[in-house]
Design a protein around this ligand. Structure first.
Ligand code: NAD
Length: 477
């Protein structure tokens, strides 16, 4: 029965109400979390503020870095335990759950090392003046985290915020809290002062909304749906609180006729299959130059037919989706495809070993999806790849940029000049040339344009976002 974690204590919510924790592999409840409210958010924000004023702001950047390095080592020690927690909570295949725990280790390590490399500048100015800039933390930062990669998104968000000198209040998804509560406990064990890192669980419209509205929160970092991104911005706008938003995408994988298909094939598949397609940067659109379209679909079809969705502990290609409503969402998209005459090239299968009541969806490859169709425009957040042909570079760019999103894109071609042209012309926060995802890349700034959001997480760039710049001008004659 994991509780809220506030001021380095496990505490019950003010209401003492709970929510069930459901195992996506069988749909059965196996634990509870606190159903918190605005009162609990207030308690956490006050704890974070006290810590900031009395302890955290007095630590040097190097000391903050050392604490984060200790936490990284502690998470590494507990990586198997955390992976097991996350596996059951989110239905992740074993390899994915382990990769997520190790990514968390790496996020804390990266930001530990970066903490004391963050500094301001001096600016040449008028005679008699010296001007410098300071990078100061916002203060108390709020973090609203989704369910698809809880540990990874927590690591990139909280790691950067703490390194930059903020104290944090985290609102995990009601569907995926358990690993983060455990990590907050580990932070206390390695010496993080009370109030530096607080976790409050519950529903988005209750806890998330209260966090976004709380006058004591100085910055909000949100990853999730565009709908909630809008609500967060509206709440934050009431008090002019800065926001970083990561709202998903409809990632195009663009394959030219001169591409190295053998190299591309595993990426094209894993970009949509990883985490059962529940990935904001999923490569959910496949844009193929016309001369390669049929042969590539034939090869991909073979791979799709062999893919298996199954019990997470068997480490299948895909685990279950997170919850019943997500399964219904994916089925709804596929029903619509059928109703609109969109043809299926191939589908994988759900293993016989799955428990009744699990939220399993087999991966599906669709062809000739009209560019304006919902399946080419909206985030399914499931293992559905929408293929469509293109004629030339201009056509590819028009299709790639022809959605409301702009998070990531992949381009496959051997032509070096075209690689650069495409990388420039595609509107996205990250472009991958002859790969997709660049292995996760903790070091690589990540975020979107258009409806994919704004601001950057990951890499050194994220640290800047967790600070505000103060310009100090000295007149000395
Ligand atoms: P969501 O946006 O509803 O939830 C994300 C987080 O926001 C959760 O912690 C949730 O509790 C919180 N939240 C919900 N309502 C809130 C509110 N009014 N104020 C403040 N916080 C609130 O996402 P979801 O319902 O879990 O998933 C729906 C769709 O969102 C998915 O199908 C997918 O398309 C998208 N999504 C994207 C990402 C991403 O990485 N970009 C992650 C998860 C979901």
């Amino acid at each position: 029965m994991p509780l809220n974690f506030i001021d380095n204590q496990a505490v019950r919510s003010a209401s003492s109400q709970t929510l069930p924790v459901i195992d996506p592999a069988d749909g059965q409840p196996y634990d509870t979390i606190e159903r918190s409210s605005a009162a609990d958010v207030d308690m956490a924000v006050q704890a974070a503020r006290r810590c900031l004023d009395t302890t955290w702001s007095r630590l040097s950047a190097a000391e903050r870095g050392r604490l984060l390095m200790k936490l990284s080592a502690k998470v590494a020690e507990h990586a198997d335990e955390l992976a097991t927690i996350e596996q059951r909570d989110c239905g992740k295949p074993t390899q994915q759950a382990r990769a997520d725990a190790l990514a968390l280790v790496r996020y804390f390590e990266f930001y530990a090392g970066a903490a004391d490399k963050l500094h301001g500048d001096t600016i040449p100015y008028l005679d008699g003046y010296s001007v410098l800039t300071w990078r100061e933390p916002h203060g108390v930062t709020g973090h609203v985290i989704p369910w698809n990669y809880p540990m990874q998104i927590f690591g990139r968000s909280v790691g950067g915020a703490l390194a930059a000198g903020n104290t944090c209040v985290v609102k995990p998804s009601e569907d995926a809290c358990l690993s983060l509560i455990r990590v907050a406990g580990l932070a206390a064990e390695v010496g993080f002062p009370a109030g530096a890192l607080n976790i409050v669980t519950g529903y988005g419209h209750e806890v998330g909304d209260a966090l976004a509205r709380h006058p004591g929160v100085d910055h909000i970092s949100f990853t999730g749906s565009p709908r909630v991104g809008t609500l967060i911005q509206q709440a934050a706008a009431e008090r002019h609180c800065p926001v970083t938003l990561e709202l998903g995408g409809k990632g195009p994988q663009i394959v030219f006729e001169d591409a190295d298909i053998d190299a591309a094939l595993p990426f094209l598949v894993s970009a949509i299959v990883q985490n059962s397609g529940q990935t904001c940067s999923a490569g959910s659109r496949l844009l193929v130059q016309r001369g390669l379209y049929e042969p590539l679909l034939a090869r991909l079809g073979e791979v799709f037919r062999a893919l298996r969705a199954g019990p997470p502990a068997l480490d299948p290609d895909l685990g279950p989706l997170i919850r019943q409503t997500q399964l219904e969402r994916v089925r709804g998209f596929l029903d619509q495809a059928r109703a609109d005459g969109i043809a299926t090239v191939a589908a994988g299968h759900v293993m016989d070993e799955v428990a009744a009541g699990g939220y399993y969806a087999a991966p599906v490859l669709l062809r000739d999806v009209p560019p304006g169709h919902r399946l080419a425009q909206e985030e399914v957040f499931g293992p559905v790849l929408a293929a469509m042909p293109f004629d030339d570079e201009d056509h590819a760019v028009a299709l790639a940029n022809g959605t409301a999103f702009g998070l990531v894109a992949g381009v496959w071609t051997r032509d070096g000049a075209r690689q650069f042209r495409m990388a420039r012309r595609v509107k996205a926060g990250q472009v991958f040339v002859n790969n997709y995802g660049a292995g996760g890349g903790v070091e690589l700034p990540f975020g979107g344009v258009k409806s994919s959001g704004y601001g950057r997480e990951k890499g050194f760039e994220a640290l800047l976002g967790f600070t505000t710049l103060k310009t100090v001008a000295f007149r000395h004659g």
